[in-house]
Design a protein around this ligand. Structure first.
Ligand code: HEC
Ligand code: HEC
Length: 274
């Protein structure tokens, strides 16, 4: 310990700390950064491999040909997937929503059960049934290309189209019928784009005519910016909004004042005189 604290004063110590920090941060980034989507050609082998995975893992609810299975009550075990496209499969399986474990108002996110290769094959199989949206490429997800103005534009679009359900900072919120709009701050760019393109559950579909690919990229850049914002002073309170601020003011602020008043009452000059 002694040794460390003397070395800490070495003129180069600061530099060493800085460099170590940079290397660690760089390594972490490389390890966790989403890999660029490589437009690998889909082969009939992929489709066949996907079909086999599908029969085992998905057909019990969606049917062997993904045509959907109606229940006797008139709803479905699983809806038809004909025409939902590779994007929907990549989103649903890639976020762990599918395969759904049990019936619930909404398929929750969970541990992803298939490796990226298998997800690609499942997507290839479903995409082979009928045309549908493909897995979005760089034009949607390359957020490093977004300028400050683009991000601001993305913020506009986000506030107009998304905050009603996902809250102004993307923290999510409850919806009727035990459903909810999830927190989207940790979602990868590809899954963000896929959610907009496919509109899972109660979420509307934002087609490329409504929000262009470039604007989708700007929205994603904005959401990712929100995510990395340092916060501007004060206590975030989990970004839950004014309720937390109010609670904080109430309990700490008013509570503190009340406590102080009591203290004055107990220690004031008059008390001492007595
Ligand atoms: C236990 C039943 C069940 C299983 C197993 C299951 N699903 Fe689903 N799936 C559902 C239900 C119910 C929905 C609709 C509810 C929802 O979207 O949350 C759905 C929705 C989907 C959607 C979204 C469709 C759309 O319109 O966007 C896709 C894609 C999908 N499933 C793919 C799969 C794949 C691929 C598998 C296998 C890996 C799978 N599912 C396994 C029940 C199931
Ligand atoms: C009407 C309410 C509503 C609006 C408006 C809406 N969403 Fe959603 N969103 C939802 C719901 C509900 C889900 C959850 C679907 C599910 O779990 O199957 C969701 C899911 C998502 C997800 C997936 C999150 C995850 O955890 O995997 C993303 C990303 C997303 N939305 C982004 C957006 C963006 C961006 C916009 C605006 C362009 C938007 N949403 C507008 C209701 C909404």
């Amino acid at each position: 310990m002694r040794k460390l604290s003397t070395r800490r004063r070495h003129p180069l110590a600061g530099l060493v700390v800085l460099l170590t920090g940079l290397v660690v941060a760089g390594g972490l980034y490389a390890a966790f950064a989403p890999k660029p989507a490589t437009a690998e050609a889909i082969t009939s082998r992929d489709v066949e491999a996907g079909r086999q995975l599908f029969v085992i893992g998905c057909a019990s609810c969606h049917g062997v040909n993904a045509e959907g299975i109606p229940t006797t009550r008139g709803n479905v075990y699983g809806p038809s997937l004909v025409g939902v496209g590779a994007a929907a499969v990549d989103f649903q399986v890639g976020t762990g929503r599918m395969p759904m474990a049990q019936t619930a108002p909404q398929a929750p996110k969970k541990e992803v059960e298939y490796n990226p290769e298998e997800v690609r094959q499942l997507a290839a199989f479903v995409a082979s049934l009928a045309p549908g949206p493909a897995i979005p490429g760089d034009e949607y997800t390359d957020i490093d290309k977004a300028s400050i103005a683009d991000i601001r534009e993305g913020g506009e679009i986000f506030r107009t189209n998304c905050t009603a359900c996902h809250n102004s900072v993307g923290a999510g919120g409850a919806m009727p019928g035990g459903k909810y709009a999830p927190d989207i701050r940790d979602v990868t760019p590809v899954h963000l784009a896929e959610a907009m393109i496919t509109g899972p559950q109660q979420m509307p579909v934002f087609s490329d005519e409504v929000i262009t690919p470039e604007d989708k990229r700007n929205v994603i850049a904005y959401v990712k910016k929100l995510n990395s914002d340092p916060g501007y002073g004060g206590i975030g309170g989990g970004s839950l909004g004014p309720v937390v601020d109010g609670m904080f003011t109430w309990i700490i602020g008013i509570g503190g004042l009340a406590g102080f008043a009591i203290w004055i009452g107990a220690h004031g000059a008059r008390v001492k005189k007595r």
